[in-house]
Design a protein around this ligand. Structure first.
Ligand SMILES: Cc1ncc(COP(=O)(O)O)c(C=O)c1O
Length: 552
C-alpha cells in the first residue's frame, strides 16, 4: 500500500490517536475543541484496549457523503450508507449502548484519505452529540472528533477491504491497537546566533539539566555538591584530559580552569610573564586585542607591532616587525566583533600568547607554538563563568614581582584548579561539551563542519544583491560572520528601518541574536561549533527571501 502523509500536521499539545493495524499505521488528530463525550469515550475505550484486534471491515466508505438512512438491524436511525454498519459500538461501549459504527471514515472532498474526517457515530440514544464536520453538513447522530493526517493506502483502498454481510473482505484490515497520546508542547526551533554566551550542544545542556538534581548518581545536584568530593575532582580531571586529547596538548603544559573570564587573563598574562622592564609584542586586531594590550601596559612595555584599527579592524595585518628580545607575541586568534581570524599564526621569536576565546576547539592548532593560550568558555566550550588557560609551565617564575596569590598561575597548578572553589557547574557543562565534540570526531571533524557552514553563508553573501560581508576575504572567520546591507542596494536613510525589519522578521522565524556589535552595526551571525548546519541553512533561506521581498 502506498503511504500518504498530510501536510497539516497536528500541533504540539494536541491529542492524537495512533491506530496500528496489520497493514500499517494511521494517525489521527483529535480536534481539541471538539473533544467531548464521543472522543472521551473513544479515548477511554482505546485505553482499555477495546479496539484491539477489531476488523476494520466496518469502515464505511464515503460514510458521510453517501448519506442515507443508517438503518441497521437494530432499527435505529442515523445518516450513513444503508445496510452498512453493524452495531460495533454496542460491543465496545457498555455505557453508550446505541453507538452505531463506532469507527467510521468519511471522505469529505479529497480524492484520497488525506484529510478525511474520522467520526464517532452515535445512534439516537447516544449520550451526546457535539458538532458537525467542517464540510458544512450538519447531521445529528455523529461527532467529528478527529482527522486523519498520516496513514497507509487511500480511503478507497481501505474501503475496499470493507465487507458487509454480503461480501467477504478483499483485504482484511485489522486494528491491532489504538494508542492515544498528547503531543509534547514542542518548543519553537530557535537558532541562537549570539556571539557569547552562545549556543551549546543540546545534548550537553540536557545532561547538565539532569545533573542539576543528581550528579554522577550521588543523589546530590551538581550545583550543591562539594568540589572536594571524588566525583567533582574526577570530573575536573577528566575535563582536563579530554581537552588534552582534543587539542593534542603536548607534555609540559598545564591546564587551568579559572574564574574571571578571558578579561582577567588580559592582566594575569602580563603579571605572570612580563617583567616591568621587558617588552611584549601585541597585535591590535580588534577591540578585545586592544583591551588585552591596554592591561599589559600596566605591567611592562608593550610594542603594538601592527594594527588594523584604521580600517575598522576589517583585516589581519600580515607583515610586521617583532621587537628583538620581546618576551612574547600576543595574538587574538579570532576577532569576535569583526569576524576576522588568523588563518596562520605568525612565527614568534620566542613564544606566542593567544586569546582563543572565540575559536578554540574549532580547528586543530599546534599548541607547541604557544607559551600560553586562554579562552573564556562561553562560545565554543561551555557557559560563562570559567576561563581555560593552557600554559607551558617553564615560562613561569621569570618575573620579579610579588603576584597576588589568586593571580599567580603557580597557585592554581599544583591545586588542579581547586585552590579555591572552582566554577564547578561551568566546568561540568564544558565536560559534556567536550564529550560531545569527541563523539563527533574531534576538532578535525569539527573544522570541516565549520568550513561547510561558513562557506554556505559566505557564498550567500557573495552572491547577494542586498547583503555583503565586511571582513577581508582571506581573513574571514569561520565563527563570526558580520554582514551589512550593500550601499548600492539600500539608501542611507532607509538602512536603519530596514535593519530593524530584518531583525524583527528573523526573530519571528526563530533566528535570534543577529544584530551586529554596537561598534560596527549591521548584522552578525555567530556560528560556533554547536550551531547546527540547519541553522545556517535557515538563515541563508531567510536572507534570500528577505532580499526578494526588498529588491523584488
Ligand atoms: C576574543 C575575545 N576575548 C575576550 C573576550 C572577553 O571575555 P570575557 O567576557 O570572558 O572576559 C571576548 C568576549 O566576547 C572575546 O570575544
Amino acid at each position: 500500500m502506498t503511504n500518504f502523509h498530510q501536510t497539516d500536521e497536528p500541533q504540539s499539545g494536541e491529542t492524537i490517536a495512533i491506530i496500528s493495524t496489520n497493514k500499517g499505521q494511521m494517525k489521527l488528530r483529535l480536534f481539541p475543541e471538539l473533544v467531548g463525550v464521543a472522543a472521551e469515550n473513544f479515548i477511554e475505550l482505546a485505553k482499555q484496549g477495546k479496539y484491539n484486534n477489531v476488523p476494520f471491515h466496518r469502515v464505511i466508505k464515503d460514510f458521510m457523503i453517501q448519506g442515507g438512512d443508517f438503518t441497521n438491524k437494530n432499527g435505529t436511525g442515523g445518516h450513513a450508507a444503508a445496510g452498512e454498519g453493524e452495531n460495533i459500538g454496542d460491543v465496545y461501549d457498555p455505557r453508550l449502548k446505541h453507538i452505531r459504527g463506532a469507527l467510521s471514515w468519511a471522505k469529505t472532498s479529497a480524492p484520497n484519505s488525506i484529510g478525511s474526517q474520522f467520526f464517532i457515530v452515535h445512534g439516537e440514544n447516544g449520550a451526546h452529540f457535539l458538532d458537525h464536520p467542517p464540510n458544512g453538513h450538519s447531521h445529528e447522530g455523529y461527532t467529528v472528533f478527529g482527522q486523519l493526517y498520516e496513514g497507509f493506502g487511500t480511503l478507497d483502498s481501505i474501503a475496499e477491504s470493507k465487507t458487509d454481510k454480503r461480501d467477504k473482505p478483499k483485504e482484511e484490515v485489522i486494528i491491532e491497537s489504538v494508542e492515544i497520546s498528547i503531543l509534547p508542547t514542542a518548543m519553537k526551533t530557535v537558532y541562537n546566533f549570539s556571539a557569547g554566551p552562545s549556543i551549546l550542544p543540546k545534548q550537553a545542556t540536557e545532561e547538565a539539566k539532569a545533573a542539576i538534581t543528581d550528579f554522577a548518581n550521588t543523589g546530590i545536584g551538581i550545583l550543591e555538591i562539594s568540589h572536594r568530593t571524588k566525583h567533582v575532582e574526577g570530573m575536573v580531571a577528566e575535563t582536563e584530559s579530554l581537552l588534552k586529547e582534543l587539542l593534542s596538548i603536548p607534555e609540559g603544559y598545564e591546564i587551568l580552569f579559572l574564574g574571571g573570564g578571558a578579561s582577567l587573563q588580559f592582566c594575569m598574562v602580563p603579571i605572570n610573564l612580563l617583567g616591568a622592564n621587558s617588552v611584549a609584542d601585541y597585535t591590535d586586531t580588534g577591540l578585545w586585542a586592544s583591551k588585552a594590550l591596554k592591561e599589559a601596559k600596566k605591567f611592562g612595555k608593550v610594542n603594538v607591532v601592527c594594527s588594523s584599527k584604521d580600517s575598522t579592524y576589517n583585516h589581519i595585518p600580515k607583515t610586521f616587525e617583532q621587537t628583538p628580545g620581546a618576551t612574547y607575541l600576543h595574538v587574538t586568534s579570532n576577532n569576535t566583533i569583526y569576524g576576522t581570524q588568523w588563518k596562520e599564526f605568525p612565527k614568534a621569536n620566542t613564544y606566542l600568547v593567544s586569546d582563543m576565546s572565540s575559536d578554540i576547539l574549532s580547528r586543530p592548532i599546534d599548541v607547541s607554538k604557544f607559551g600560553l593560550i586562554y579562552a573564556g568558555a562561553q562560545k565554543n566550550m561551555g557557559p560563562a563563568g570559567v576561563a581555560t588557560v593552557i600554559i607551558r609551565s617553564d615560562i613561569l617564575g621569570k618575573v620579579e614581582r610579588d603576584i597576588p596569590t589568586m593571580l599567580d598561575y603557580r597557585t592554581h597548578i599544583p591545586e588542579k584548579s581547586m585552590f579555591n572553589t572552582p566554577p564547578v557547574f561551568s566546568i561540568y557543562v564544558m565536560n559534556r561539551v567536550l564529550h560531545w565534540l569527541k563523539n563527533l570526531g574531534g576538532v578535525a571533524a569539527m573544522e570541516k563542519l565549520n568550513a561547510k557552514k561558513a562557506n554556505m553563508l559566505y557564498d550567500a553573501l557573495d552572491n547577494s544583491k542586498l547583503f555583503k560581508g565586511t571582513a577581508a576575504k582571506e581573513d574571514r572567520s569561520t565563527m563570526n560572520i558580520p554582514f551589512v546591507f550593500r550601499e548600492d542596494a539600500v539608501a542611507a536613510d532607509k538602512k536603519e528601518s530596514l535593519e530593524k525589519d530584518f531583525l524583527k522578521i528573523a526573530v519571528e522565524k526563530g533566528l535570534e541574536q543577529l544584530k551586529g556589535h554596537r561598534s560596527v552595526g549591521g548584522f552578525r551571525a555567530s556560528i560556533y561549533n554547536a550551531m547546527p548546519i540547519e541553522g545556517v541553512e535557515t538563515l541563508v533561506a531567510f536572507m534570500a527571501e528577505f532580499e526578494k521581498k526588498t529588491l523584488g
